[in-house]
Design a protein around this ligand. Structure first.
Ligand SMILES: *Cc1c(COP(=O)(O)O)cnc(C)c1O
Length: 377
């Protein structure tokens, strides 16, 4: 059996190696490393795939979130509603820009922001909501958009873990990240659409916001050497764009491969009452960036250690929620009551899931978890 990894990027690369190698060589031979034709081609291919009017490539997913917030014209002290149960980048950029993160609890089943608790957190200073489609499952975007409309708030979707997901609206399916005013994603290598370094993108259907964000990514420049506002330098390299063009063609296959692994796990874990498998919300198609169990009455940390002994990696995403991080101590965030976030933080465990998992690996993981439960229950 092949060594089990959380993500197997080496085997995945072997399958697309000829195309990737020649695409990278193509960039080297033209020496158009920045904003070359590959970047423009990827941008329009991603616009087409996502069904959005504008994709703005940038340097990474954290920048994408920062640039989106910069484009909204907010002022210091404005409040941004977001979950605490997420990767730190989502909340960090809010504080970085002098805005105030207001943490709202998540839904126990979907791990995403609990739309029913958003309104209670809205004040006259609230300007935006940043929902996170955690682990590959979309937050309840219909509800969130209703609340945003009612209170005149911007919605920025953190789609770093859910690119390629379909959201079922009454008017038909749309891709996650294309429902709010702005969507942000990351092409970090282990993400569902990952490049071979850092990369990110912002998407929107709003022409004015797109224009503003195109300025922000390029030093606030409106035309060459004329700088209308303070911006940043955030670009996707041509080499990464060339890699992403190839991997974008595979994205739906990659999602299906992940969903097959999730199906296998779901079937196996159904027999254990202490294991709650990921709930697949009816409003979207889960793309399983992570396969995350919630363990009740089973010692999560002991299972995590037991699996490590058996050479099976498993991860706790995330061991400390944002509102309990030192980073936010000055906001007094730790005093915010987020019982579901705290409860989940003690109980979630993510298992290996990727595009190259083999049946013997899955069986080995499942039988070891069964063994642990039989001995410890
Ligand atoms: C990965 C990730 C980011 C940040 O992306 P980077 O490319 O690493 O900067 C932001 N939010 C979430 C939810 C992520 O998973």
């Amino acid at each position: 059996m092949k060594k089990i990894q959380m993500v197997d990027l080496i085997t995945q690369y072997q399958k697309i190696k000829p195309a990737v190698d020649s695409a990278i060589t193509g960039v080297l031979e033209t020496a158009q490393f920045i904003n070359g034709p590959e970047v423009k081609a990827f941008q329009s291919e991603l616009e087409e795939y996502l069904g959005v009017n504008h994709v703005i490539p940038c340097a990474n997913g954290t920048d994408a979130l920062q640039i989106a917030l910069m484009a909204l014209g907010l002022k210091p002290g404005d409040e941004v509603i977001t979950p605490s149960f997420t990767f730190i980048a989502t909340t960090e950029v809010i504080a970085l820009l002098g805005l105030k993160p207001i943490f709202v609890d998540v839904d126990k089943d979907t791990f995403c922001i609990n739309a029913a608790e958003i309104e209670a957190a809205i004040t006259p200073n609230t300007k935006a909501i940043v929902p996170v489609h955690l682990y590959g499952q979309s937050a309840n975007m219909e509800e969130i958009m209703k609340i945003a409309e009612k209170h005149n708030l911007f919605v920025i979707e953190d789609n770093a873990q859910a690119i390629g997901g379909d959201y079922h609206l009454p008017s038909g399916d749309v891709k996650t990240g294309g429902i709010g005013h702005v969507g942000c994603t990351s092409f970090f290598p282990s993400k569902n659409l990952g490049c071979y370094g850092d990369g990110g993108a912002i998407f929107t259907n709003d022409d004015a916001l797109a224009e503003e964000m195109r300025m922000v990514v390029n030093h606030g420049q409106s035309k060459r050497y004329y700088h209308d506002r303070v911006g940043v330098n955030s670009r996707l390299d041509s080499i990464q764009a060339a890699v992403l063009r190839i991997k974008l063609r595979e994205l739906d296959n990659y999602i299906n491969a992940r969903r097959k692994v999730a199906d296998h796990y779901d079937r196996f874990f159904a027999q254990f009452s202490g294991i709650k498998t990921p709930v697949r919300g009816p409003e979207s198609r889960h793309v399983f960036h992570q396969y995350t169990l919630t363990l009740e009455g089973i010692d999560r940390d002991a299972l995590n250690a037991y699996l490590a002994e058996k050479d099976i990696p498993s991860m706790i995403y995330y061991p400390v929620p944002a509102h309990r991080q030192e980073m936010f101590a000055s906001f007094g965030s730790a005093e915010t009551e987020l019982p579901v976030t705290d409860w989940l933080t003690q109980r979630v465990l993510s298992l290996p899931i990727h595009t190259e998992m083999e049946d013997d690996q899955l069986e080995y993981i499942c039988s070891n978890i069964a063994e642990f439960i039989n001995v410890h229950a």
